[in-house]
Design a protein around this ligand. Sequence first.
Ligand SMILES: C[S@@+](CC[C@H](N)C(=O)[O-])C[C@H]1O[C@@H](n2cnc3c(N)ncnc32)[C@H](O)[C@@H]1O
Length: 302
Amino acid sequence: MLSDYFPSVGGQRAPDAELGATLRDFVAQQQGPISAHLRHRHTQTNEIGRCVALWPVLAHIAQESGGAALALLDVGSSAGLNLGVDAYTLCYHCGGASVHVGGAPRTDCRCCVASCVGSAARSMGCANLPVAGALSHRLGLDPMPVDVRDTDATRWLQACVWPCDLVRQQRLALALELARQHGWQVKQTGPSCIEAIHAWLDGLPSAVQPVVLNSWVLCYFSEQERARHEQAMIDLVRQRGVVWVSAETPSLRPTDMALPATPPHDSKGATLWCQVSHHAGEVRQRALAWSHPHGAWLQWLG
Ligand SMILES: C[S@@+](CC[C@H](N)C(=O)[O-])C[C@H]1O[C@@H](n2cnc3c(N)ncnc32)[C@H](O)[C@@H]1O
């Protein structure tokens, strides 16, 4: 059976000479449902491992904003699981050396990070990680959101995780359960989220610092859509005091931002965390961190 090869459903068999024929038989038997999935579904993922970088990024923004409460808008939020950044336990390890995330730059230090769900307590191996200001408002926007109460949709989300990666599978299941309890709100938008971002900003109290995030979203945009999104975000930074955080592959960084030195280890698929904000009458673009795409390590640059 094909499932024998899939650890995500209990399989333990390593790929061998029979795999090809088993796959062919499976596809022949399941042609109807497979065709329907191919016609109607898109790859859909929501990776809370990214919170290992998101949390220090928010801490950094809170610090720069004088400790203001933060309002987080996650554009392309999928099921909205990263809205729960302050509900996860983040564990930072670094081979005995202390890691200064958000403090003095330590570009020489590789920080191996694991994030786990299940406790509101934070266990920080990282002594200098500043505490982020309170997250007073949070909202996700997505043209194709995943409703965490929809079993069919969440099964598809789980099916899109690499079947050999049981750690991510289990973490996702726990995060979905937590999201059902918390009810973090995700709104469905049209193909562009810009109008909805304006509406969200209109409803915020003036004392909070709005942060608009996109993580692993811009690869879904055409070149033109990406240029429009970037311009709209820079306008929001300039005119409405938004801090824009863009966490994407380096080629999708904000156009005018210089590329920092790539991490010496494991740079394949690395995520570049960029901050665009308004300082002393100018729009400033900075690279804050590199991270593994699923949060297995973090290299702070900020
Ligand atoms: C790879 S997932 C990333 C989800 C989440 N940001 C994360 O880091 O886990 C990409 C998300 O972008 C959304 N998306 C696709 N086109 C979009 C658009 N035009 N505007 C906003 N989101 C979009 C998809 O529906 C999907 O939820």
